[in-house]
Design a protein. Structure first.
Length: 342
């Protein structure tokens, strides 16, 4: 679905490779040999020189491999990927298996560090701590999201500027029903807005697809309780339940980022029949969304499993969008339904 980072690799260090490693102090485990892992388990597809072959993309001179932000690269090794991807202007369709259950953090860090520095690549190493964080990512707090996404306009003290309205003491922010605030974060807004007698006419961007339901809930909760504000928090369930229009708006952005590369921007399918059409599909349009949610959550054939990569709220949002797009007429899906898939 989303433009996944092409690649990679990994596997357990072979005994023969380990036996030739330098001696270590008693009780200390030998460090995995990234080159040995690559040679034993990866070179058959990606080639000894990292040039790739057939449906498998090159790793040498691949900007996605050497990117400063390694999060997507690590996620690809942990979770695998499938579907067409483009590297240096060429499309590849090889499937990458998930290694999360078969490789340790140290082994994944070792092989990625090797790949990022081999051949013509000259990128920084990957640490086991980075891999560990990717396995069990820490959700950012509402304060962290606000500082990263909102403070530039609304200021760290929430008082806004002459262009951007204050959030501190803003009656729209602290209203008993947080639905309007949630809708503004998700969909953005333009046009004049009056706050405490002053008029502001700046543009609020839409954060759908950039922030998950959980992130929206976190930052809304922070803003409603920060500074002099004393309003109650917002839950992810409230964001998902803000109405099909809001859920579908979030889902549309997730679909565009994660799904359209395979299933088509209009749900028409792709890959010469490899990826099914979603428009008019009987599973998509079934009254009971359980089967569709199971496929999204657990994957099937070339379809990756999204459980653990998307929150239940985001799975519900994208399912709601697909069930109402391109002529589909099925009803919305709740976060509770998505979370209940076994």
């Amino acid at each position: 679905m989303h433009r996944f980072i092409p690649m990679l690799i990994a596997a357990a260090v072979m005994a023969a490779a380990v036996s030739s490693a330098p001696r270590h102090p008693a009780g200390a485990a030998p460090a995995p040999d990234g080159k040995a892992i690559y040679t034993a388990r990866c070179a058959a597809c990606h080639q000894a020189g990292g040039t790739g072959a057939g449906p498998f993309p090159p790793l040498a001179a691949n900007d996605d491999v050497t990117a400063a932000d390694t999060a997507s690269l690590i996620a690809t090794v942990l979770n695998g990927r499938s579907g067409p991807i483009r590297v240096n202007g060429k499309t590849y369709g090889g499937a990458m298996p998930a290694w999360a259950d078969r490789l340790s953090n140290d082994e994944i860090a070792a092989v990625l560090s090797y790949v990022r520095s081999a051949w013509s690549n000259h990128a920084a190493i990957v640490t086991a701590d980075q891999v560990a964080l990717a396995r069990s990512p820490r959700a950012p707090t509402g304060a962290e999201i606000f500082a990263a996404r909102c403070a530039a306009c609304h200021q760290t003290n929430g008082r806004g500027t002459s262009q951007y309205p204050p959030l501190d003491g803003n009656p729209h922010v602290v209203a008993g029903d947080g639905g309007a605030m949630i809708g503004t974060i998700v969909n953005g807004r333009t046009g004049a807005l009056s706050v405490n007698g002053a008029t502001f006419d700046s543009r609020m961007p839409a954060w759908r697809g950039q922030l998950s339901n959980a992130d929206i809930a976190a930052v809304a909760t922070y803003v409603r309780g920060a500074w002099s504000n004393k309003a109650s928090g917002v839950s992810e369930q409230q964001v998902a339940a803000a109405g099909p229009a809001v859920s579908s708006a979030v889902g549309a952005a997730i679909y565009a980022a994660k799904c359209s590369a395979c299933h088509g921007a209009s749900g028409q399918g792709g890959g010469h029949g490899m990826f099914p059409t979603l428009a008019g599909d009987p599973v998509v349009n079934a009254a009971d969304a359980g089967r569709m949610l199971a496929v999204i959550s657990h994957g099937r054939s070339m379809m990756p499993a999204w459980k653990g990569q998307l929150s239940p709220g985001d799975i519900a949002a994208v399912a709601t969008y697909v069930r109402g797009a391109w002529g589909n007429k099925a009803g919305p899906v709740s976060e509770q339904e998505a979370a209940g898939v076994k």
